[in-house]
Design a protein around this ligand. Structure first.
Ligand code: FAD
Ligand code: FES
Length: 254
């Protein structure tokens, strides 16, 4: 693990934060879709295992992590201040698959949008023009980093469950409309499990190639503990930290 001093830890909404770290050492080699494990040093911050996070952005000398507070580890992380040291392990896992056909749909639920920033930063200009971001959340406050995503010049379709921004409803409703109209050739999706299950069902219904960035509890993150299993459709298990975190929707049982 590499020790790194936090540059900034900004609160973007009630539960969503942006952690900024200096881009150095092994972090320079990371590719979109891979992840890092972050450990807090101070034993006051109880969590034993480092927690996994996708890279949200890697430009201008800064690596950014977009995260939501859901439990002890992320709450402790939200309390870290500028100049404090944390430990980072990575790059881990596999990058996003390369066989993406365009038009490409990036379908994000909540903070699942995190990894798509880094993906778009590395995507060629002409392919960005054929990429649509479907980004949904419960309420407008949880749709974060909109100016950053708009700056890529991509088409963005927003939804909120309470109708406070974008179309009212689920992001998968908008996605299905465009799938039905034949506007999409590949889907890359990340978000809460109920949303990913719907995306998987839609991909099977419309026969559109789909990849899901999945999450499990990850104790080691490096292939030893075998605790990060996802069932394979044809028997056996994927180990998400090594085989994923992004897997074909057609090869997994959720
Ligand atoms: C490969 C990978 C990449 C990830 N990238 C990101 C990222 O970029 N940004 C980000 O915010 N999170 C990301 N996560 C999820 C993040 O790792 C977890 O939210 C975090 O480990 C939770 O730790 P905790 O100690 O705060 O919660 P815990 O104390 O471990 O859990 C507290 C409660 O929260 C629930 N919980 C745990 N994880 C989640 C979750 N993801 N969503 C909702 N509820 C949850 C648990 O079931 C439990 O009830 C990623 C996970 C993986 C596997
Ligand atoms: S987290 Fe230990 S094997 Fe995947």
């Amino acid at each position: 693990m590499e020790k790194i001093k936090v540059l900034r830890n900004l609160r973007l909404s009630e539960r969503i934060y942006l952690l900024e770290l200096p881009k150095k050492g092994s972090l320079l080699d990371i590719k979109p879709g891979q992840f890092l494990k972050i450990k807090l040093h101070d034993l006051r911050y109880d969590p034993l295992f480092p927690r996994p996070f996708t890279v949200h952005s890697l430009e201008e000398g800064t690596l950014k992590i977009l995260y939501q507070v859901v439990g002890r580890g992320t709450l402790a992380l939200s309390r870290i201040s500028q100049g404090e040291e944390i430990s980072v392990l990575g790059p881990l896992g596999r990058p996003y698959p390369e066989d993406l056909d365009f038009p490409l749909a990036l379908c994000a639920g909540g903070v699942g949008v995190a990894g798509f920033g880094f993906f778009l930063e590395r995507l060629k200009e002409e392919l960005r023009k054929k990429t649509i971001l479907y980004y949904g959340a419960k309420t407008s406050q949880d749709l974060v980093r909109l100016d950053y995503f708009k700056a890529f010049g991509i088409e963005i379709k927003l939804t909120t469950e309470d109708g406070t921004l974008g179309e009212k409803g689920f992001v998968t409703d908008l996605l299905e409309r465009d799938m039905r109209d034949g506007k999409i050739k590949t889907i890359l999706s990340c978000g809460p499990m109920p949303m990913l299950k719907v995306v998987k069902e839609l991909s099977e219904k419309y026969g559109i190639k789909t990849y899901l960035s999945l999450e499990t509890f990850m104790a080691c993150g490096t292939g030893f503990c075998k605790g990060c299993v996802i069932k394979k459709k044809d028997g056996g298990y994927f180990h998400l930290c090594e085989d994923g975190p992004t897997l074909s929707a057609w090869e997994v049982i959720l």
